[in-house]
Design a protein around this ligand. Sequence first.
Ligand SMILES: Cc1cc2nc3c(=O)[nH]c(=O)nc-3n(C[C@H](O)[C@H](O)[C@H](O)COP(=O)(O)O)c2cc1C
Length: 222
Amino acid sequence: MNVVDAVRNRYSVRAYLDKPVDKEMVYKLLDIARFSPSGHNTQPWELFVLMGKTKEHVSKKLIDAVISKVERRYDYDYGYKEVPDFIKERRDACNVKVFKHKNINPKTDKDKLKEHILENFRCFGAPVCILIARDKHLGEEAFIDIGLFAQTLMLVALEFGLATCPQTSIVAYAELLHKELNIPNDKIITMSLTLGYPDENAHINKLRMDRDAVDKFTKFYT
Ligand SMILES: Cc1cc2nc3c(=O)[nH]c(=O)nc-3n(C[C@H](O)[C@H](O)[C@H](O)COP(=O)(O)O)c2cc1C
């Protein structure tokens, strides 16, 4: 697959086939993604790959935490402060589109909404969940490297016939993840990626998000 096709074909996959991904394949994928760029070549990404029984166990713990309303607390300052209108519009449009596609009225369909939220913590049925962390002693710029690494990994996954969904919902339960996986507290668990074979027939996987035109976010100085 060429790079343009990979970028244009990638989307957040939220339903997976019940088909395992073997450790060797994940390893091969990471062996390519590691060539992602980083500031001063610091390569600050630290990965925790959850598969098999461990993934099932952690997933169950996360679901229990959501159901029992454990407070969401990230390892880092997460969320919008004062949201500029143009960002708010995009965020709201994203939510509206997802709910419309799933035929959920978030105000009245409480059970459907709960199911929708829980799907995140089941990793949408993906057999692999990759947590991406970075050391807390690094500057904020390390988040840039994490993002670049994540995108590299997501694009490489396509070459293997695999799909991904980036997530920050799971890392909201940072304390639980540190505890269950024995991840040292000086690691900031930044985000996660689901990984697996996409269920291309699933209705949710027909959803495609819009993008603004170049002129909307670019100013050329000539
Ligand atoms: C940092 C980050 C966190 C995200 N967290 C979630 C999440 O927790 N759950 C989810 O369903 N999608 C999540 N997404 C996926 C976005 O909703 C998605 O990338 C966006 O709507 C654009 O759609 P596309 O990826 O299909 O092109 C996340 C994406 C990013 C980059």
